[in-house]
Structure formats: C-alpha cells, structure tokens
Design a binder for this molecule. Structure first.
Ligand code: G3P
Ligand code: CA
Length: 264
C-alpha cells in the first residue's frame, strides 16, 4: 500500500473530539476546539469548507443557516451557502449563540486559527474536507496551508499528529498525491472489494459505528489500515468498540471517552 508510516506512536485508542467537544460547546468553533484540548483529546476533528473568496473556514453544513445567525443578518441571501459568502461576511456572523447564550460572539473560525490553537496544545488534528466537490482547488489550498507549517507535514516522528479525511474518496486519493507524507482516511465503509483499492492510498477507514463489526474491523486491519468509528457518545458502545480493537473513536464527548479509554 501507499500508506506512509505512522508519525506518532499510538499506545492506546485515539480519543478524537468530534467538531471539537461539540456536546458542550458550539461545534467547529475555537471554544469547542479548546474544550477538546482541555478534555485531553488526542485529535480534534473539524470540517473544512471554502468561502466565495477561496478562504478555508471551519463549518459542518454546506450552508450557514443552522449554526450561525445568517438568516437574520442576510435575510435576502437564501439558501445561505458557504460558497456564496466572503470571509469578511462570514466573520460578521455569530456562530455560538444557537448552542447557548454564553457562547454568543464565537465566530466561524478559519483553518489558520484552528492550526494556531492546536499548535499550542498537545492535541493533533483530524481535518475533514467537507463536500470538496463543491470547491474546485480546495485540495491544493489545504495542502498549501499545511506546507507553510512544516511541523504538521514532515515525515518523521516529531511531526504533529495530522490526518486528512473525507467522504469523497476521489478527493483523498488526489490529496494523497499532493502530500503523500500526510496520513489520510476515507469516511464511510468501503466494501471488501473497495478496501483493496482504498488501501493503495489511504491509512484509515472511518465508518459510522454501526458498520464497525468485529469482521469489518478485521477486514480493515488485514489491509494494513486503521479504523476510527464515528460518532460514539454512549460509554457502553465506546467500551464495546475498544474491546473489538478499534484504533480510535470519534466522539462529541471526549471527557467520557477519556474515562473509557483509560479505564477510570
Ligand atoms: O469524523 C467523522 C464525522 O465527522 C463524519 O460525519 O457529518 O459529522 O462530518 P459528520
Ligand atoms: Ca466531520
């Protein structure tokens, strides 16, 4: 397989904070990223998309409607696609109050801001390229941003822990060609036949937890890849998946997951 060597030794199951510690803080904000760090997540997962002026921003949905106050501030701009707004416009929005009034004023972050926060922490980054088919050139832009920060991409054991993932497997194949030293993962559950091809470029398969049966985990491992199911918030299911031998778990509740991983 084209898979590169693991850059960070992994002694236990990886604790991956989904959209930051998104059970408690507004998903994909710096508050959620910082809380994921405080809760000792090994990696913080974020979703990256692109504005109209080609800036990389951190948001899950392809529209701004659910997680910002865009409908009030720009009522005439339905359906409020991320790709229809400039970064300056996006930065006028409140990305926190929908979750809880105490998060009023949280912004939609840029990828740059998240990298800045994580660089001052012990946590790595699971960067999901969300709907990259909507954003021509986004693979190159993500790769360019990472290349400016060589400590994320250098192929040696001192590199920070970084994985780039997407539901768009063609994107992952392409990104692997751009930055082969960076670990990559496909989201979803490739069939046994597809796993053989995925293993030629990907290091990880990250499926919905319902697909992470003992047989499927074994099939992914047999191809030399890691498996990190999402989104697991129930401690009983966390324990079941740990016992089945998954490599990491993606959770909105990294504090609960920490206790399960470390048997507290
Ligand atoms: O990291 C896995 C998970 O984030 C994929 O689903 O919809 O939360 O991006 P979604
Ligand atoms: Ca995601």
């Amino acid at each position: 397989p084209a898979a590169t060597a693991e850059t960070v030794a992994q002694a236990t199951v990886a604790n991956i904070a989904h959209r930051g510690a998104s059970a408690y803080a507004p998903e994909n904000t710096l508050a959620a990223v910082r809380l994921g760090v405080e809760m000792k997540a090994d990696l913080v997962e974020i979703d990256v998309q692109q504005t109209k002026d080609h800036q990389l921003v951190v948001i899950h949905d392809t529209t701004l409607a659910r997680t910002t106050d865009v409908e009030q501030k720009f009522p005439a701009r339905a359906p409020w696609r991320v790709s229809d707004f400039t970064l300056d416009e996006v930065r006028t929005l409140d990305g926190g109050s929908w979750k809880d009034p105490r998060y009023t004023g949280e912004l939609v972050p840029t990828l740059t801001e998240v990298l800045d926060v994580l660089e001052r922490s012990q946590s790595g980054l699971l960067l999901e390229a969300k709907a990259p088919e909507l954003y021509p050139g986004i693979a190159e832009r993500i790769a360019d941003e990472l290349k400016q920060r060589p400590w994320w991409v250098q192929p040696d054991p001192t590199a920070r822990h970084l994985v780039v993932q997407s539901f768009n497997w063609d994107f992952i194949r392409h990104f692997h060609g751009l930055l082969p030293q960076v670990q990559v993962g496909v989201l979803g559950a490739p069939t046994a036949e597809q796993l053989a091809d995925v293993a030629t470029y990907s290091n990880q398969v990250n499926p919905h937890h319902s697909a992470a049966t003992p047989d499927y985990i074994g099939a992914v491992h047999a191809r030399g890849m890691r498996i990190n199911p999402y989104t697991v918030n129930d401690p009983v299911l966390m324990r079941t998946l740990i016992d089945r031998g998954v490599d990491g778990i993606i959770s909105d509740r990294p504090d609960v997951l920490y206790e399960e991983i470390h048997n507290l």
